[in-house]
Design a protein around this ligand. Structure first.
Ligand SMILES: Nc1ncnc2c1ncn2[C@@H]1O[C@H](COP(=O)(O)OP(=O)(O)O)[C@@H](O)[C@H]1O
Ligand SMILES: [Mg+2]
Length: 228
């Protein structure tokens, strides 16, 4: 994380680290990829609402995936609020918007996140006036195909499905989608989202984020993942 970026979001996990946070993400990795999720090659991550923790989950899960030796490409597909580059202290000058807009080649837009070298980032790239027009499902599907040609897993961070329409449109082209919920989100709200907006999308798990721990340490959080 660059020293200059004081507002850089927090990465709770370090490669090989033993903190409870890193362990929580390892648990999530196991729920997702051992068992029937073993065949997932593209995973979308979205939040039920803005700031529920989609980007935090995407960045930390991608790092923890690297421990298994899997090659991972993390894609920031939130063109409204790009943030993944900031987790790793990387620039956002070239990225998804540049590749889809024809201003850059994919190979030139991918950035290596170290360590581990097996994790690469396709940042969101420069802001565009109409993200939904750029992120047409056919265009994104073609790009996903190219990305999958050179990695084991593509993790795509999407804007909140409750706030941005294109997330629901991209859901069905991904092998699976993880829905991040801020603790306190009501089950009827989740139900409505999944039924109305995520029809045709393979929702492979829910992550309950920002759960206050019991006792005196109520400002800490833990993660919980559950497969359907
Ligand atoms: N479990 C957590 N504990 C503490 N802060 C968190 C947690 N998850 C997310 N945050 C913070 O909440 C804010 C929003 O998280 P972010 O991942 O950017 O949400 P989203 O991508 O869904 O908008 C960030 O400042 C992030 O650091
Ligand atoms: Mg985000």
């Amino acid at each position: 994380m660059s020293a200059q970026d004081k507002d850089a979001p927090e990465l709770f996990t370090r490669y090989g680290e033993r903190s409870p946070f890193a362990e929580a993400y390892r648990g999530l990795r196991i729920s997702l990829f051992h068992g029937n999720g073993g065949s997932l090659r593209s995973l979308g991550i979205t939040g039920a609402g803005p700031r529920h923790g989609s980007s935090t989950t995407a960045a930390n899960l991608a790092l923890i995936m690297g421990e298994t030796g899997k090659r991972v490409i993390l894609v920031d597909a939130d063109l409204y609020k790009p943030s993944l580059h900031r987790f790793f202290g990387l620039p956002n000058a070239v990225g998804l918007s540049s590749v889809l807009g024809g201003q850059a080649r994919l190979g030139d837009a991918l950035q290596t996140v170290t360590p581990p070298a097996s994790l690469r980032l396709l940042a969101a790239g420069p802001a565009v006036r109409n993200p939904a027009a750029l992120l047409r499902p056919e265009a994104v599907e073609a790009l996903l195909g190219s990305l999958q040609g050179e990695t084991d897993l593509v993790i795509v961070d999407l804007p909140s499905v409750g706030a941005v329409a294109y997330t629901a449109q991209l859901g069905p082209i991904l092998d699976g989608l993880l829905l991040v919920l801020r603790a306190g989100t009501s089950s009827p709200d989740v139900d409505r989202l999944v039924r109305r907006r995520l029809k045709g999308t393979n929702v492979v798990g829910l992550v309950l984020n920002r759960v206050p721990l019991h006792g005196s340490d109520a400002s800490s959080y833990r993660y919980y993942a559950e497969l359907k």
